[in-house]
Design a protein around this ligand. Structure first.
Ligand SMILES: C[S@@+](CC[C@H](N)C(=O)[O-])C[C@H]1O[C@@H](n2cnc3c(N)ncnc32)[C@H](O)[C@@H]1O
Length: 242
C-alpha cells in the first residue's frame, strides 16, 4: 500500500496513529502475567505510541516494534534512541513468525491487526507466539446489534463485527479469552486531538492534495463523535491454547 505524500505531511510526528491509551497496555499486561524477561512484539507500532507503556508494564522486556511504513519506524526509533531493549523493524507483520526474535511471549497490536483481516491476523500471530503466549489487540467492533448506516460507514467497508463474534472467532482461532474492554473515549481523543491541532495548523496553506487529506481526517474525528455509542475498538487479551 502506497500512501500519498500529503498523508505523511499530516501524520508526521503525531504521538500515535490510532486510538488507544497507556492503560490499555496496562490492562493487557495485568491479565497476561508476563515473565520478567518477556519478548514482546509491538505489531503495527506506528510512531511508537505504546512502547513507553509496554516498557513500564514490563521493564526488563525486550520489545520488537515493527511497522510496514518506514517513516513511522524512523519516528519510533528516534523517540526511543538509546533504549537498548527496543528494536525496530520495517517489515510486514503477516510474517511475524519469521522474525529472529520469534516466538514471542506477547504480541501487542493496537488498531493494526484488521489491516490483515481478523481471520488472517489471528492465524499469523498465533504462529508467532510461544505456547501459552499472549495476543492483545484492538479490533473494530459494533457495540449494538443494529448499528446505524453511519456506524457501518465509519469503518469504510471493513467487515466490523459484534463483540460476541470477535470473541468467538478469536476462540475458534486457538486462543482462550482472558479479558476484553472497549477503548475509552480518552483513548480516541488522545489520537484525534493532536490530529485536529495539526489540521488547524496546516489548513491555511494547504494545496489541493493536502486539503483533501485534511478534510478526510477532520470528517473521521467528527463522524466518530456521532457514532461512538454504537461502534469503536474492542481491546481483546487472549492466550494461545495448545
Ligand atoms: C491505525 S495505525 C496504529 C498504529 C499504532 N499501533 C498506534 O496505535 O498508534 C495502524 C498501523 O499499522 C501499520 N500496518 C498496516 N499494515 C501493516 C502490516 N501488514 N505490517 C506491519 N504494519 C502494518 C500501519 O503502517 C500503521 O502504522
Amino acid at each position: 500500500m502506497t500512501l500519498p505524500a500529503a498523508f505523511f505531511t499530516l501524520h508526521r510526528d503525531l504521538p500515535r496513529e490510532g486510538p488507544g491509551a497507556p492503560d490499555d497496555v496496562g490492562f493487557a499486561a495485568m491479565l497476561a502475567g508476563l515473565p520478567e524477561s518477556a519478548v514482546i512484539a509491538d505489531a503495527g507500532c506506528g510512531p511508537g505510541g505504546d512502547i513507553a507503556a509496554l516498557l513500564a508494564a514490563a521493564p526488563d522486556a525486550r520489545v520488537v516494534a515493527l511497522d510496514l511504513h518506514q517513516p513511522f519506524v524512523d519516528q519510533a526509533r528516534a523517540r526511543f534512541a538509546g533504549q537498548p531493549n527496543v528494536a525496530f523493524r520495517c517489515t510486514d507483520m503477516a510474517d511475524l513468525a519469521s522474525e529472529t526474535a520469534a516466538p514471542f511471549d506477547m504480541i501487542w497490536c493496537a488498531g493494526a491487526l484488521y489491516f490483515l483481516g481478523l481471520t488472517k491476523g489471528l492465524a499469523a500471530f498465533r504462529a508467532a507466539l510461544k505456547p501459552d503466549g499472549i495476543l492483545a489487540f484492538s479490533e473494530p467492533c459494533h457495540f449494538t446489534d443494529n448499528p446505524s448506516k453511519a456506524a457501518h460507514d465509519f469503518w469504510d467497508g471493513y467487515a466490523t463485527r459484534l463483540k460476541a463474534d470477535i470473541l468467538s472467532e478469536t476462540r475458534a482461532a486457538g486462543y482462550e479469552i482472558l479479558g476484553h474492554r472497549p477503548v475509552s473515549d480518552a483513548g480516541w481523543e488522545g489520537y484525534f486531538r493532536p490530529l485536529q491541532a495539526r489540521i488547524a495548523q496546516l489548513g491555511p496553506d494547504a494545496n489541493a492534495d493536502l486539503a483533501a487529506i485534511l478534510d478526510l481526517a477532520a470528517d473521521e474525528a467528527s463522524n466518530w463523535r456521532d457514532v461512538k455509542a454504537e461502534t469503536g475498538y474492542l481491546v481483546v487479551v487472549a492466550r494461545k491454547t495448545t
